[in-house]
Design a protein around this ligand. Structure first.
Ligand code: ARG
Length: 472
């Protein structure tokens, strides 16, 4: 058991207590961030005259060596250390001797772990954003190719009005675009450096917190040392944004599962993204879509868990906060996996355009347009609504659609119908006439696609790509 404290203790820690308290099993995940934070700290300490140039060089070399050895597999993080901070410090002292004991000058594990978690989360915000961008590019491509692919639009899972595939996919484009905007916003708010806050009350050493912050690519230092060590808002915000992304993915998956069913047959999932049954030879199951839908609960769980952990914690740091890590790491890995797999699935899926168009023609999706046709001929809308209602009833009895009726049959319901009705309520016209911004009409759709292209090219998180400090 290697720990950073013990001077005031007369007994060994109970083994169960030690294991219960230790976090090395999971915080080893951010060894890189811990080392980068330490390097920035000692560089600042030297600039401020708190360490000599020689001490700084020794420490930086030692820390860099630890990182390299870990990356090359020469060194292993084992559970004889309490946490990643203890592991790095103990290894440093082993390597360089007394100078290593100065690393923790003017620092506490409280501000150190706050920094590590923030550095780790910050990179992950960027990774999730990049994955979402790739998904958006994939969706935009599908949209461009399907401006005139007709399909029914639904409300209450009942056919409502005709739309296009581009329009339907475009709805998801908006969702994932908002998800990216949320990440950008979170990134901006979280990008302040907690290091230098000490245990909770700053330190008496003349630290230059602005300098440390700039070395680590932050906007600046956090402005209250108590809040610096007690804040996990950015974790909660990130989990919340990821929960929303999962909710969006889950809805999309639910539709794909429906569309891929024998009843709909709107799409066919590519063999490479489907699975079979051990007993039923005919089966091709949408497991990936189902799993993404299923994993949504897991990400929500992480959000609710951290919200609950944080709600009763008095200021400043309390050990409860160690619970921020495992579920957050798991949620991040889950979300990244789900976005990547979904992108692969949707980019290889086959859309059955004919089936979709046929489905749009059945089910009276042009009933609203038929009513609007009568309005165009001077019938008040409420009356037109009633006439078309009766017409639909007539069609249901005859098992036909509105456009399949003869002009005489139409006239028997209302004298106002004329030959031009067939063109006016055709699928093509119904969609083409919908030209308001955001509507499915091909012209309106093209304008929107242009705006979205522009957004994809010019917007995103403005982050220095190399946010780690590398060799110096
Ligand atoms: N493993 C701890 C955590 O994750 C590190 C901070 C420990 N600080 C302390 N005062 N015990 O939160």
């Amino acid at each position: 058991m290697a720990q950073l404290w013990g001077g005031r203790f007369t007994k060994e820690t109970d083994k169960l207590v030690y294991n219960f308290n230790a976090s090395i099993d999971f915080d080893k995940k951010f060894y890189r961030q811990d080392i980068e934070g330490s390097i920035a700290h000692v560089v600042m300490l030297e600039k401020q005259g708190i360490l000599t140039n020689e001490e700084k060089d020794k420490i930086v070399k030692g820390l860099t060596g630890i990182r390299q050895d870990l990356e090359n597999g020469v060194l292993e993080i084992t559970d004889e250390y309490e946490d990643i901070h203890s592991f790095v410090e103990a290894n440093l002292i082993d390597r360089i001797g007394d100078a290593g004991k100065k690393l923790h000058t003017g620092r506490s594990r409280n501000d150190q772990v706050a920094l590590d978690m923030k550095l780790y989360t910050r990179v992950e915000v960027l990774c999730v954003d990049e994955l979402l961008k790739e998904l958006l590019e994939t969706l935009l491509k599908i949209m461009e190719e399907n401006i005139e692919t007709y399909m029914p639009g639904f409300t209450h899972l009942q056919k409502a009005q005709p739309i296009t595939l581009a329009h339907h996919i475009g709805a998801y484009f908006e969702m994932f675009k908002r998800d990216r905007l949320r990440l950008k916003d979170i990134y901006k708010r979280m990008n302040y450096c907690p290091l230098g806050a000490g245990a909770l009350a700053g330190t008496t050493y003349p630290l230059d917190r602005y300098y440390t912050a700039s070395l680590l690519g932050f906007e600046g230092p956090t402005l209250n040392s108590i809040d610096s060590v007690a804040d996990r808002d950015y974790v909660i915000e990130f989990l919340s944004a990821m929960s929303i992304t999962m909710m969006h993915l889950s809805r999309f998956c639910e539709e794909i599962i429906l569309w891929n069913s024998n009843e709909y047959r709107f799409v066919e999932i590519d063999d490479s993204y489907a699975t079979g049954s051990s007993i039923m030879p005919q089966k091709k199951n949408p497991d990936i879509a189902e799993l993404i839908r299923g994993k949504t609960g897991r990400v929500y769980g992480a959000l609710v868990s951290i919200l609950t952990t944080m709600k009763g914690i008095p200021l400043a740091y309390n050990k409860d906060m160690q619970e921020d890590k495992e579920l957050t790491f798991d949620a991040i890995d889950t979300v990244k996996g789900c976005i990547a797999l979904f992108t692969g699935m949707i980019s290889t899926i086959k859309f059955n355009n004919e089936v979709m168009a046929k489905s749009a023609m059945a089910g009276f999706t042009n009933a609203t347009d038929a009513a609007d046709y009568l309005v165009g001929k001077g019938v008040p809308f409420r009356d037109a609504h009633g006439i078309i209602g009766r017409l639909v009833l007539y069609c249901i009895e005859k098992n036909s659609s509105i456009e399949e009726l003869s002009i005489d049959e139409l006239k028997s319901i209302s004298e106002v119908f004329e030959e031009d009705v067939y063109d006016k309520i055709s699928l093509k016209t119904c969609v083409e006439k919908r030209l308001t911004v955001g509507a499915p009409g091909p012209k309106a759709m093209k304008d929107v696609i242009k705006l979205e292209k522009d957004y994809l090219e010019n917007d995103g998180i403005n982050m220095r790509k190399e946010i780690y400090i590398h060799e110096r």
